[in-house]
Write a protein that binds this ligand. Sequence first.
Ligand code: UDX
Length: 438
Amino acid sequence: MKIAMVGSGYVGLVSGACFADFGHDVVCIDKDASKIERLHAGIMPIYEPGLAELVDSNVRAGRLSFSTDLASSIKDAQAIFIAVGTPSRRGDGHADLSYVYAVAQEIAENLSNPAVIVTKSTVPVGTGDEVERIIRDGAPGLQFAVVSNPEFLREGAAIGDFKRPDRIVVGAEGEWERGVMTEVYRPLFLNKAPLLFTGRRSSELIKYAANAFLATKITFINEMADLCEKVGADVQDVARGIGLDNRIGSKFLHAGPGYGGSCFPKDTLALLKTAEDYASPVRIVEAVVRVNDSRKRAMGRKVIEAIAEAGGGEPRGKKIALLGLTFKPNTDDMRDAPSIAIVQALLDVGAELVAYDPEGMEAAAPLMPEVTMVKSAYEAVTGADAVVLVTEWDAFRGIDLERVGQLVNSRVLVDLRNVYDPAEVRAAGWHYSSVGRK
Ligand code: UDX
């Protein structure tokens, strides 16, 4: 099957490469000529484990190509995916749909063969109707259908998520487009991944509801963690104790510094806006957004308290080492990373910051020019008055704490991801604080 993927960012590129790997003939399109040029040279625009290899093998097999020319690339495609960005609109938090509509317009101007247009970008309810209207008005008489097919890819695990999904959601109104989408996903379908057909509006809402629910789960356990600290309970035991109930489930119950990334913050906000527009309040999600926002900065206070409790006094002039900056491991993505608010809170009290992140420093540097970026975790901790584990990269899980202890100025460790064993670390002479544990 011939597939055109419009937008070669995170979602478009991963989806395009995976479709090609299924045996489809895929062209990934992007307006950014330098991105396409780099892709031709095998250089990925993002860090995602396994992506470069997947792209390379499918390009070699002749199933995957890249282009800046939408008109010629969509000519005989049976399915045209729209996978462009829908960032938060500046000022009001609504999803910015200008890129999606511009692609719809361009498709209308250039498509002459029957095709299914698939919206993969995360778009508010009703966007599919508007895309359909744009194409119908721009290309009267054309045989086409617009379907919604949200993605549920986690950064850092995107290829696995694509190839072994919990479900594939397709919002399609007619038989023809359902048939085309079944063909697109046949390899997964044969692998028994549930293909859930719904109406288009339901599918659009499923994406937001899923992300808002997961954000709620995280925020819930984060507040439980705060309570655990007050009452002397252990949030990891609490999470396990509730997670073993199948109705609750054990995933997304890791307490931490708050959720960040390219999806949860933007999508929860956009859902609030949709709810507002329809005068149907989603108060739980409103609370989640507020609680998560204030939590990130509160983590800075946690560090300040740890220094004081360890007898270090005021944070002014103290050297604090940050291990990890990205919003989660295995990505170079800094969007809405908790580290940004933590850095600001610590700079505000006059601390001196040094940081190391395995992949994120290039993206982080312009966001936090006052922070000194160094080449290794051991370099970061040298002479530090406190070490803060912000992102749980594997490299930090296995760090040699004895060596770190020799290098620091004082043994204060704030573990915002609960990766270390409190008893072990304390036995090694550290003043240790974590999230939701005594
Ligand atoms: C998320 C969704 O999981 C994915 O389905 C959707 O398509 C895009 O958004 P992603 O943003 O890549 O994916 O990361 P995810 O692994 O979901 O983590 C999001 C944030 O929540 C991170 O900041 C992470 O640290 C945090 N998190 C996650 C927790 O604090 N605790 C958890 O238990 C899980």
